[in-house]
Design a protein around this ligand. Sequence first.
Ligand code: URA
Length: 209
Amino acid sequence: MTVAQEVEQLYDEVRGCQRCTLARTRTLAVPGEGPLDSEVMFIGEAPGVNEDRQGRPFVGQAGAFLEELLGEAGLTRPEVYICNVLKCRPPGNRDPLPTEIEACSDYLSAQIRLIDPLLIVTLGRYSMSRFFPNQAISRIHGRPREANGRILVPMYHPAAALHQQRLRSVIIDDFRTLPELLERARASRAGGAEPAEEAPPAQQMKLFE
Ligand code: URA
C-alpha cells in the first residue's frame, strides 16, 4: 500500500471510529489535513464546534489565528499538516478525558509515522503532555527538543493566546523561531538522523536528560 492509501484508510477508520463515547455526540470526526510530505506537523487538542460541523481541524477563530501565526513563521496553511490529539469534539468543549486520549492515541502515532514530519509543534497542554509528560507549558514553551530524529517544540494553544495579550506576544515570538528550527531539522535529517518509531514517553524523556 502507498502512503496515500494508508492515510486514506486511516481517515476512513477515524471517520467511523467507535472507540470511545465521543462517537455518540460528534457530528463529524476530524482526522486532520495537509500534504503527506509536510515538513511541519501541528498537533492541537480537540475539535471545537466549527471543526465538528466541517470535519476539518482549526477552521474557527483559533484557526484564523493559527494561520496568522503561520505567516509569522513564513509558512502557509496549505504546506503544513494539522491534526489534533482527539479526533472528536468533547461535548461543550470540555477538556479531553484520559480515557479518550488513550482511545485516540494510535491514530496520532500512525499520522506521525506516515507523514514523518521533521518538526512537530504541539499546541496546548494536552498535545504537549504526549511528548513532554509532567512539564509546565509556562516553563517549556518554545524550547525545542530533539527526539526520534525530529525536532519537537511545545507552544501555547492559539485559542488561549488569542484572548490574553501577554500570551499573544509570547506565541508570536515562539512561532518566529520556527524557520530556524526547520533549517536545523533539515540539516539533521540530511546528516543521517533516522526517524524512529515513536518511543513511549518515559523512554523519550531519557533522550533529553
Ligand atoms: N482547537 C483545537 O485544538 N483544535 C482544533 O481543531 C480547533 C480548535
